[in-house]
Design a protein around this ligand. Structure first.
Ligand code: FHN
Length: 428
């Protein structure tokens, strides 16, 4: 990564927590087609229910999100403590949720007739949230030449057309690149373009897309899923939470229930406690947590998502310092009591399992100046020892017997200098 790009990544590293929004005309069938519940992801309904293109196009004729309120969406993200918002400008179904010269878009092909991205850009600007766009660069089931494009065959049904490289290149030149250009010229500064599922794209084409983004907005980041490892940062698999250390800059996209795009019957919501744990787990590995909501066809973020995000925001209000702008744990191991994040002069202990007795941390080399619970700034008595002539060190924290809060309690250790630990912090 160039030094220049590393500067552009600064806001993203500081942010740690963003909102993913999967919103498209697939929210209209909401997981059901012709009275049948279609398994798997809501945004994949066209493919999974094998909906012919002319029929799928008709969904757009009904799509009218009259309750869409950009300021409300942005304030839900802001109250959750999220710092950036990544919305599906075009998913694999090929439908553009923004004003485009390509006619298959929300302004020209729906009764709604307005551009929600323009409203979101204004609302994000006002709230100090970075607006970012998801764009499915390779899969496009609607445009000829796009990967996964479905075409009627000899009448025996629907077959997946094999992607011919020349047709794919034409699709890239005639649809994908012009639309990426539109996204980067119509809405002011964009934080990043979240490309996805590179599938058939060649390395040269991934590089061309990345360079196109940088030529239009030099500070705009490009997600790792542009393909071939040429993005500005890496994207872990969906709902993938690293257990070991990760090298470099990574983000993990996660669902709040099981689907990304709205399905009216997906009630498998993660609890607020689970969401906070996952956020902490990511931060402790230095990974950004991009948490999804799937708004309805009317333009409403489902209430169960809103409630949960509020709870996460409430926790962050007191403990955000232990997430934003932090680095991965300096320790080479995980602990049974919880997770660790750090920054210069501070180590944060996220206690997930309240210890029955003293909390003992082996291996921290820095002198501890003070220990306090972040919520309420309550000081915690502690002692620190070091076995002379060895690298064996111990901090013992005398926590109250009763956990002061049922959620994750964060202890901050004020330390001298940059966090440093013994390479093998073995407790004797
Ligand atoms: O196929 C997509 C899926 O619909 C969704 O958008 C996720 C989000 O990370 N990305 C792809 C699968 O990895």
């Amino acid at each position: 990564m160039s030094e220049e790009k590393s500067d552009a990544l600064a806001w993203w590293r500081e942010a740690r927590f963003g909102m993913f929004i999967h919103w498209g005309i697939y929210a209209q069938p909401a997981g059901e087609w012709k009275g049948e519940r279609i398994p798997s992801l809501g945004e994949w309904i066209m493919r999974n229910a094998k909906i012919p293109i002319p029929e799928y196009e008709k969904i757009a004729e009904q799509f009218n999100p009259v309750k869409f309120d950009a300021e409300e969406w942005v304030s839900i993200a802001k109250d959750a403590g999220m710092k950036y918002l990544v919305i599906t400008a075009k998913h694999h179904d090929g439908f553009a949720m923004f004003k485009s010269a390509h006619p298959y878009n929300i302004v020209d092909a729906t009764p709604y007739g307005k551009d929600p991205m323009a409203d979101l850009a204004a609302a994000c600007q006002k709230a100090g949230i970075r607006l970012c766009f998801y764009y499915s660069q390779a899969q496009d089931w609607h445009a000829p030449g796009g990967a996964g494009h479905w075409e009627e065959d000899d009448g025996s049904g629907w077959t997946q057309q094999p992607v011919e490289p020349e047709r794919f290149t034409r699709y890239l030149e005639e649809k994908a690149k012009p639309q990426v250009r539109e996204l980067l010229t119509q809405y002011g500064p964009i934080g990043l373009i979240w490309f996805d599922t590179p599938v058939v794209i060649t390395k040269e084409q991934s590089i061309e897309l990345r360079d196109l983004v940088h030529s239009l907005q030099p500070d705009c980041l490009v997600s790792g899923r542009v393909g071939h490892g040429v993005g500005d940062y890496g994207s872990l698999g969906d709902n993938q939470h690293p257990d070991g250390a990760v090298e470099g800059d990574w983000e993990t996209p996660c669902t709040i229930n099981d689907t990304w795009g709205y399905k009216f019957y997906d009630d498998n919501w993660k609890s607020p406690e689970d969401l906070i744990r996952l956020l902490v787990k990511c931060a402790a590995k230095g990974v950004n947590y991009l948490l999804n909501v799937g708004p309805t066809a009317e333009g409403v973020i489902p209430e169960p998502s809103v409630e949960r995000l509020k709870a996460v925001g409430q926790w962050l209000k007191f403990n955000g310092e232990a997430i934003y702008g932090t680095r991965a744990t300096p320790f080479p191991c995980d602990f049974d009591w919880g997770r660790v994040t750090c920054k210069s002069g501070r180590v944060y202990l996220h206690i997930m399992n309240w210890p029955e007795e003293t909390l003992r941390i082996a291996g921290l080399r820095n002198r501890v100046l003070r220990a306090l619970m972040l919520a309420g700034s309550v000081s915690v008595p502690f002692s620190q020892s070091h076995e002379p002539g060895s690298d064996s060190r111990m901090v013992e924290l005398n926590l109250p017997a009763e956990q002061p809060d049922p959620g994750i309690v964060v202890l901050a250790l004020n330390i001298e200098g940059e966090p440093e630990v013994s390479s093998l912090p073995v407790e004797k």
